[in-house]
Write a protein that binds this ligand. Structure first.
Ligand code: 13P
Length: 255
């Protein structure tokens, strides 16, 4: 039985006071929903303040990115040791905005992923196709490549530190979510691929989150699907009430 996992990716939003207020509200949500793993992923500069606001609540804090080198002359970059020092638990690897806006490729993401795992942190590997790729019926090929290349050299024994997020690029920030059938089809495919890349047991134990225009009103439907184990939420994670609805839906659908 996989514990549902709902994480809010705050992207490049909020100021310090807003981040602390939202983290405080989400900490209460996490306390009320023990059946769901809840995470928040603020901008780097607010991680420290947000961790303080979380206090002892069962709420994990994540980072939106990381650099793969341990330390040194890498101006502007952040290491896993720095994140671990701030009690960060998760790191997003290969979010579509990193791939498509910042130009990160699979080889770089594989280095980042190894670095995250070696530091004992959890990597949330994001995969997903663009609208053009979906129209060209390349969805499975794109997801397979991103999984195979992203997870190259990863030992199945590290599966407990791995989460996959399926985020179709055309659904991110567009208000146009995948239908539950579309999500389930790709999630089942991803799980099958994970079995081949890692192991059957690893694939069965890993959470696969759906991301892309998740809101309180569509969360229950998406998470009713057997291979949808939670959500990676963008815009709706910036509103505590909306996020609470998503977390509650995750708890109910998997109860
Ligand atoms: P939205 O929920 O705003 O579509 O963003 C999804 C996402 O990119 C989460 O990482």
């Amino acid at each position: 039985m996989r514990k549902p996992f709902v994480a809010g990716n705050w992207k490049m939003n909020l100021n310090r006071a807003e981040a602390v207020a939202l983290a405080t509200a989400v900490a209460a949500i996490a306390r009320e929903n023990a059946g769901v793993e809840v995470g928040i992923i603020p901008p780097f500069v607010y991680i420290d303040a947000v961790v303080g606001a979380v206090n002892k609540a069962p709420l994990g804090v994540g980072a939106q990115d990381v650099y793969f080198e341990k330390s040194g002359a890498f101006t502007g970059e952040i290491s896993t040791a720095m994140l671990a020092d701030l009690h960060v638990k998760y790191v997003l690897v290969g979010h579509s905005e990193r791939r498509h806006v910042l130009g990160e490729n699979d080889a770089l993401l594989n280095k980042k992923l190894h670095c995250v795992l070696n530091a004992g942190l959890t990597a949330i590997l994001c995969v997903g196709e663009t609208l053009e790729q979906r129209k060209a019926e390349k969805t499975f090929d794109v997801c397979r490549t991103q999984l195979v290349e992203g997870l190259k050299g990863v030992d199945a024994a590290k599966a407990s530190q791995l989460v996959v997020a399926y985020e179709p690029v055309w659904a991110i920030g567009t208000g146009l979510n995948a239908t539950k059938e579309q999500a389930q089809e790709v999630h089942a495919f991803i799980r099958k691929e994970l079995a081949g890349i890692l192991s059957q047991a690893a694939a069965e134990g890993m959470r696969i989150q759906y991301g892309g225009s998740v809101k309180a009103s569509n969360a229950a439907e998406l998470m009713s699907q057997p291979d949808v184990d939670g959500a990676l939420v963008g815009g709706a994670a910036l509103k505590a009430e909306e996020f609470a609805g998503i977390v509650a839906a995750a708890g109910k659908s998997k109860a």
